[in-house]
Ligand binder design. Structure first.
Ligand code: ZN
Length: 282
């Protein structure tokens, strides 16, 4: 089996003059073990983030994402494969790669039983990726209100976390549970859904987690996390998306409406990501 970072882009995917995409990382040390392994997102000197980061050369604060111009080390500019639209590809470079890497690292493939908890920016892409990888894909949601959306995204089933009988029936069922819930929450119910030797990957909320080790012991279950991605993973994800017609659901707003976008984000009023069009700054 090849590792998730053994990836060479196919030149036939790109056309001369194609757009390039920049994610949430614009630089890294390039020489530490993580960088050499193709995991620049885990750079031991911390990667330079696109916005609010510290430039490695002059110490200034990086101002990408909310600006028309970027300073980016060339290796962090990814050619956008033919067929991907810039606006709907933009969230792939952060939310997308954050869910893509654990799915690949955990070996998700045809027939893997995958559950995705939380159907938002991260979750809707996790469902699309898992389904396109051939996994039996289930969405876990607080209510049945997102059932139609889950099906549209490619999920085969929706499990309601508030329904105790449904949750009990799904005990020890999933090889991989991708938890994208953004707020602190009890992980025990989700660990209970993990199958023998399976993994719960916590992606939505970073911070302290309380758990009973017996919930890991029984079933040899594993707990993992992930965030952003390295260069080979990002390039392979973009190619996979072009091959499978996958992109994020976006609402495009002119950059002048950035405050409206941020207000609505706070209320959770977006399906599932905003893309800001900077051309109004020209
Ligand atoms: Zn490094």
């Amino acid at each position: 089996m090849t590792g998730i970072n053994d990836f060479r882009p196919r030149p036939d995917r790109f056309a001369a003059g194609d757009a390039v995409a920049v994610g949430n990382i614009v630089d890294s040390c390039g020489v530490c073990r993580m960088c050499r392994a193709g995991q620049e997102n885990f750079c031991s000197e911390f990667p330079t983030l696109t916005y609010g980061g510290t430039d490695r050369h002059d110490g200034s604060t990086t101002l990408g994402a909310y600006s028309r111009e970027y300073v980016v080390r060339d290796r962090f500019a990814y050619p956008l494969p033919v067929g991907l639209d810039a606006a709907s590809a933009a969230p792939l470079l952060c939310a997308g790669i954050t869910v893509w890497e654990p799915l690949r690292a955990l070996g998700v493939t045809a027939g893997t039983r995958v559950a995705v908890a939380g159907l938002g920016g991260l979750g809707h892409l996790a469902v699309r990726f898992a389904a396109a990888l051939g996994a039996e894909t289930t969405v876990i949601s607080r209510s049945r209100s997102k059932a139609a959306d889950a099906a549209r995204l490619g999920a085969h089933e929706l499990l309601v976390s508030a329904e105790e009988t449904e949750m009990a029936a799904a005990r020890d069922r999933f090889d991989v549970v991708i938890d994208t819930i953004a707020a602190p929450h009890d992980v025990a119910p989700y660990l209970g859904l993990v199958a023998l030797d399976g993994t719960l990957s916590l992606l939505g909320h970073l911070g302290p987690v309380a758990l009973q080790t017996t919930d890991l012991l029984v079933g040899r279950k594993k707990l993992s996390s992930a965030g952003s991605g390295g260069r080979p993973g990002t390039a392979s994800m973009l190619e996979f998306c072009a091959d499978h017609g996958i992109a994020a659901d976006v609402e495009v707003l002119p950059s002048a409406q950035v405050n409206e976008a941020l207000d609505r984000l706070e209320r959770g009023d977006v399906r599932y990501r905003f893309a800001l069009d900077m051309s109004d700054l020209a």
